[in-house]
Design a binder for this molecule. Sequence first.
Ligand code: ADP
Length: 252
Amino acid sequence: MTTMTAGATAPVDREPADPASVGLESVSRTYGEVRALDGVTWAFPRGTFTAVMGPSGSGKSTFLHCASGLDRPSEGTVRIGGVDIGGLSETKRTRLRRERIGFVFQAFNLIPSMDVEQNITLPLRLGGTDPDPAWLDEVVRRVGLADRLRHRPPELSGGQQQRAAIARAVITRPEVVFADEPTGALDPRAARDVLRMLRESVDVTGRTLVLVTHDPVAAAWADSVVFLSRGRIVDEMAAPTASAVMARWESL
Ligand code: ADP
């Protein structure tokens, strides 16, 4: 049994069901004179997979940080599952990130001294909750790591590490998963496996997924692609293909 701190499992305040998992309203983020995000309004519908693309310096990282509550916008509102995260204290925002947002990073960000199972269940244990064994089994099976649970990350391939990171991201059944260049460090076959698993998490379990990438092949796995340029969303493409994404990208 994991040690619990008082109130650790109390749910973060929820507002009535919102059809959008993530909603941005007139969100800007400035760094001195630079408007890294410039009045972005966008809704990411629940159960969809959206890729966010744009050239270097277009504001992708800033977008990801503001939309996921890692950073506060200079102006505007961000809602996660209907909750205005700007109104939350730092403690509540941290808890919301842990309980309702999954993150997948290019560099995996697993803890090398913990085995795969400990890494996957960490967000639950940090929140004072024990994993439901049936759900843990299902998540582990979906990412194909049932026979690797006692391995530590340095003993795994990059693709296996990223699949462990995907399992960690979904174990809390989050409102939304943000993936930041999740295939950037992988060979094409491992990248395809990771993208297929992210796609399945949307199709099978109804997760909402926001993928930030500069890779048209990765973006083509999404339901739609939004294009950022100079801190603004300048276009959206439904049912993307890699070649159509590449053509649009080159015109940005
Ligand atoms: P991308 O991820 O698309 O490369 P970023 O969001 O990192 O774009 O950056 C958008 C703009 O904001 C760039 O002009 C960048 O130089 C600027 N910027 C980003 N972070 C900071 C920061 N911490 N301080 C100052 N300028 C920043």
